[in-house]
Design a protein around this ligand. Structure first.
Ligand SMILES: [Cu+2]
Length: 197
């Protein structure tokens, strides 16, 4: 009896959300490549949608500290999201960013973590007062639709609601690029950008 009721509720919920049971969420995918020259700047790149309101609740993401490095090197979040900085090194780290609203989390030891909630969009360089070589980026988008590049310079933004958007590229070292894209349900749009210093 309870199981039947639960099943019915799931079906009703699926219909309300416009989903058939067992099917993936509606929306399109934007994928492609950013050719960055010189290639050593490729990693410091994010592709994102501009001018789209955030449609999801805030989430918490993590940036690790291991072997005197931040991992991942580029993390994309949205306004209102929280990033937990974890220390997995045997030494202290002292995490801060001079960018945007700027913050300083102070020193923390191995297995400790400190969290920060981003309120303003933008690219935040993440640094450590104790280790000048440590650098990473938290890219805070307004839309939540953002992706760093993989090793091959490729990106993928999924579950984009149908519509026309400005697809933008940010790079820490050079001017970015913008282009208008139209996304349809179940379709994949492919875009290639070239950035040159
Ligand atoms: Cu450090």
């Amino acid at each position: 009896m309870t199981v039947l009721l639960t099943e019915r509720l799931v079906c009703v919920a699926a219909v309300l959300l416009g989903l058939a049971p067992g099917l993936a969420a509606a929306g399109g995918t934007i994928t492609g490549k950013v050719d960055v020259k010189p290639a050593r700047f490729q990693d410091e790149t994010v592709v994102y949608l501009k001018g789209v309101p955030l449609r999801r609740a805030p989430v918490t993401r993590q940036m690790d500290q291991q072997s005197i490095k931040f991992i991942p090197f580029v993390l994309t979040v949205a306004v209102g999201d929280t990033v937990e900085f974890l220390n997995h090194d045997a030494v202290e780290h002292d995490v801060f960013s001079p960018d945007g609203e700027s913050f300083h989390l102070g020193k923390f030891r191995v297995e400790e973590q400190r969290a920060y909630t981003f309120r303003r969009p933008g690219a935040y360089s993440i640094r450590c007062d104790l280790h000048p070589s440590m650098l990473a980026w938290v890219f805070v988008s307004e839309s939540g639709y953002a992706a760093p590049l993989d090793r091959k310079g490729q990106f993928r933004i999924e579950d984009v609601p149908p519509g026309t958007y400005v697809l933008a590229v940010w790079n820490a070292n050079m001017n970015g690029a913008e282009r208008t894209v139209t996304v349809a349900d179940g379709q994949t749009v492919e875009e290639t950008f070239t950035l040159k210093k």
